[in-house]
Design a binder for this molecule. Structure first.
Ligand SMILES: Cc1cc2nc3c(=O)[nH]c(=O)nc-3n(C[C@H](O)[C@H](O)[C@H](O)COP(=O)(O)O)c2cc1C
Length: 464
């Protein structure tokens, strides 16, 4: 199959999904209040993640909404411009190898800065086809997911901020709640660059500019969801991922820039001296995250394509779309982790832990340091921040096979000795110990003999 390396816009990606039978158009009228979420959840739980969904008629709104677009490994691979996600890792690993720097962060900086992929300015951007004369955010179909959610949300918002001291730009994905026709509330985790930029603006007493873009090339979505070093601009990394500079356009009201091909762009400023009670929010943990104070955004400008499609994702029990987004990040983190920890062989962030809760790693046999101190180094590094459970296996254990991992862990873990607590995380060493005895493996010659003789046993058909 011929998968494009990049997409000009989200609508291009949607067209590709449709062409390959991976998109279902819902033509009947549906409600943004829980109905789209409930249907999306059912579809996403189907084997293989179900199709992406395009809701053409959202009750009370003029614009369409799309969910589950990235709800399978296959669609995520296509969104990243590859046929299989493994290719993404291999390509990234190869490119990083060419950068002679010691740490993964420095190699990444070098890679993106020498690759000539600086975003460029687009003169007549499609995201400005319509510049709204009057702002009314309640006309955008935002979804309410669960009945007791505090409101409706933007769930795939690419949020642009900068740092008033370093002047570095940042783009991250954060949930954003609708407050009223001109205000939104944003949920920044402590430690995110977005939250750090907010603090820096609050300290400086200056107004904080902010812009939110929906849509554009999915490469930016992956880049924004990844915890990149502060020195790597997400738009430059997205340009690397798509192997071509990303087209950007200056905001109408301040110095930030947004993707030129976005479906919708919202601009405004963060109201630094006031807060809003955000939530409750039904989270991927299966529980509501309680209400809490968070920064309020005043939206001053709104522009969009002629017929924009609002991308959204729903949160809840895995598998949901963001589990697969997490798999893209996993494949991008692996080559970086391998540079900082050459003993590392593979990484799996299980879907159930959505992105960061748990990491299963396998390591090469001949590591000089103890398994627990290697694992501690991994957690101390920048790439697996937020992991609360790290389990280490031998290289021959397929960390993507939960049954194998559980089998190995239960048999090789001394629950008293083989674990260590690091801050809020616990590490388990499930590698084979000297006292475990040699692994029992079948003879390759006998395995070949059995394969050869399947016909004789009358089992060829059953076994194939
Ligand atoms: C669908 C989705 C929703 C997310 N929601 C939030 C959120 O509400 N708050 C947050 O801090 N991070 C959230 N994240 C994770 C951040 O996007 C991610 O940690 C990113 O690297 C943060 O960037 P920053 O450190 O540059 O600010 C979300 C990620 C995804 C994919």
């Amino acid at each position: 199959m011929n998968i494009p390396r990049r997409y000009e816009s989200l609508q291009d990606f949607i067209a590709l999904l449709e062409q390959h039978g991976e998109l279902h158009r819902v033509r009947t009228t549906v409600s943004a209040d829980q109905e789209i979420a409930a249907l999306t959840d059912r579809v996403a739980k189907r084997k293989g993640g179900g199709p992406g969904l395009l809701f053409e008629q959202v009750d009370n709104y003029n614009w369409s909404s799309a969910t589950n677009l990235f709800g399978s490994l296959q669609r995520c691979a296509w969104a990243a411009g590859v046929e299989q996600l493994a290719e993404l890792s291999q390509r990234f690993e190869f490119d990083l190898r060419g950068c002679a720097k010691k740490t993964a962060a420095r190699r990444l900086e070098r890679l993106v800065n020498v690759s000539g992929l600086q975003p460029f300015i687009v003169d007549a951007p499609t995201c400005r086809e319509v510049v709204a004369a009057h702002i009314d955010l309640t006309t955008i179909p935002l979804l309410r997911n669960f009945p007791d959610d505090g409101g409706s949300y933007l769930t795939l918002a690419q949020v642009f901020t900068d740092n008033p001291v370093t002047r570095r730009n940042n783009c991250g994905i954060y949930r954003v709640q609708l407050v009223d026709p001109t205000h939104l509330a944003i949920h920044w985790h402590d430690g995110s660059d977005g939250a750090n930029n907010f603090r820096a603006y609050s300290d400086s007493g200056k107004k904080m500019p902010i812009a939110i873009a929906l849509g554009g090339d999915p490469a930016l979505l992956f880049s924004a969801a990844m915890k990149l070093p502060e020195t790597v601009d997400e738009t430059v990394f997205a340009s690397y991922l798509r192997a071509a500079p990303l087209g950007m356009t200056p905001c109408l009201s301040h110095q930030l820039r947004v993707p030129a091909s976005a479906e919708v762009v919202l601009e405004g400023e963060v109201v630094t001296d006031a807060g809003f009670i955000e939530g409750p929010y039904g989270n991927h943990t299966g529980s509501y995250q309680p209400e809490h104070r968070c920064p309020l955004i005043h939206i001053t400008h709104l522009s969009h394509r002629h017929r924009p499609i609002i991308p959204a994702t729903i949160i809840g029990r895995p598998p949901t779309e963001n589990c697969y987004l997490g798999k893209v990040i996993e494949r991008l983190i692996l080559p970086l982790l391998k540079i900082d920890h050459p003993a590392l062989h593979d990484l799996c962030m299980p879907l159930e832990a959505v992105f960061h809760g748990c990491a299963l790693v396998s390591i090469k046999a001949s590591t000089a340091v103890s398994v627990l101190s290697l694992a501690q180094d991994i957690l101390d590094g920048p790439w697996l921040r937020g992991v609360r459970l790290l389990v280490v296996f031998d290289q021959d254990v397929n960390v993507h096979d939960p049954s194998m991992c559980f089998w190995q862990a239960i048999n090789h873990l001394d629950i008293n000795d083989d674990n260590i607590k690091i801050g809020a995380a616990r590490i388990f060493d499930a590698t084979r110990k000297a006292t475990d005895g040699a692994p029992c493996r079948r003879s390759p010659a006998i395995e070949q003999l059995v394969t050869r003789r399947l016909e004789d046993y009358g089992l060829r058909e059953i076994m194939e």
